[in-house]
Ligand binder design. Structure first.
Ligand code: NDP
Ligand code: OXD
Length: 309
């Protein structure tokens, strides 16, 4: 039996080492150099090429190499009967807390403007709000959104959070479901998207959403590019409906050279680096799920295919 990695853009040597540190008896293989497709029972995937997932007749389960599993749910070549799981780790959470906090602080304290002014030797102070005057709304209160919201609340911001089901989080005003969406958006000046990509959330960052935010709003998207309607963002920025966008994820990655988001002062772009899975941190849970799949046990961090996350 073998555990197969299909992750063409990742450092596969580190993955092999991390898996073998947990259990040196596991036969680890890397797509496309597979000895015997029949032996593959568990696959770990990231950016898997199309037409690959239906090549393994004895596949039992698949894990996303990251926190999001939308790439697997959308893969038409992965049979629906195959269970899907994902990874959850303290460092993914910590990195996302750092990323969103850095973006919020940069926006609040005009740091990007000051960095640009350095290049021009320009000495020009800008006014800034106090944390207690800034309202931040976190969409998605899961493994990542919840700690992010908590941390921002601890830093003194006015924090709201919105999820599908209701939550209680200390220091955070919570909203849930479609019925609360308007009230949540109306209370938000910096909107942070940490939703999974599903049929319900695709395109959620659109003009209608932007129009409901407070004045001078910013949008931080660290979830998936498909949450954002690109042309609505450009329109909202050009019409001063919102003030700026801080984006880590894009419908097409790398973001193409000709994309309208490049070279705009009010769009900050980072190349999908908010939170990155470290092999040594998650190898244990991958091995555990591999063994669970082989013995027919329920997977940890399993994706609910009905809900899409
Ligand atoms: P979780 O599955 O733990 O949490 C998802 C949250 O979204 C839950 O609170 C859920 O509500 C809420 N939600 C889902 N559907 C809806 C809806 N229709 N309306 C309102 N709320 C909804 O996900 P994670 O926190 O682990 O990750 C979130 C996403 O972040 C990932 O899917 C991935 O796309 C992205 N990500 C990006 C990274 C990057 O580097 N940029 C790195 C890691 C992840 P409920 O709690 O009620 O179920
Ligand atoms: C993830 C990601 O989902 O890196 O882990 O986007």
């Amino acid at each position: 039996m073998s555990l197969l990695f299909i992750a063409p853009d990742r450092d596969l040597e580190s993955w092999e080492k991390a898996i073998h540190n947990i259990d040196s008896n596991i036969d680890v293989e890397f797509w496309p150099a597979i000895k015997d497709k029949d032996r593959v029972q568990f696959a770990v995937c990231w950016n898997q090429p199309k037409h690959v997932m239906d090549s393994f007749p004895n596949l039992k389960a698949v894990s996303s190499l990251g926190a999001g599993a939308d790439h697997l749910l959308a893969d038409k070549h992965l049979p629906k009967s195959i269970d899907i799981c994902r990874v959850v780790s303290p460092s993914l959470i910590q990195q996302m807390k750092e990323y969103v906090t850095a973006a919020v602080l940069n926006i609040q304290r005009n740091l990007v403007d000051y960095i640009r002014q350095n290049d021009q030797k320009k000495w020009q102070p800008h006014s800034h709000s106090l944390a207690s005057e800034l309202s931040i709304g976190v969409m998605g209160l899961g493994k990542l959104g919840q700690p992010v919201a908590k941390q921002l609340a601890e830093m003194g911001y006015q924090v709201s959070g919105w999820a599908r089901t209701s939550k209680e989080i200390e220091g955070v005003k919570t909203f849930s479901g479609d019925k609360d969406q308007k009230a949540f958006l109306n209370a938000t000046q910096i909107l942070v998207c940490l939703l999974p990509l599903t049929t319900k959330t695709e395109g959620i960052l659109d003009l209608n959403t932007f129009k409901q935010l407070k004045e001078n709003a910013w949008v931080i998207n660290a979830a998936r590019g498909e949450h954002l309607v690109d042309e609505d963002l450009i329109y909202a920025l050009d019409s001063n409906i919102i003030q700026g966008a801080w984006l880590d994820v894009f419908s097409e990655e790398p973001l193409p050279d000709k994309h309208a988001f490049w070279n705009r002062e009010n769009i900050i772009i980072t190349p999908h680096i908010a939170s990155f899975t470290k092999p040594h941190e998650v190898a244990g849970q991958i091995v555990d799920n591999y063994k669970r799949a082989l013995s027919g046990m329920e997977l940890n961090h399993k994706i609910n295919q009905e809900l899409g996350y």
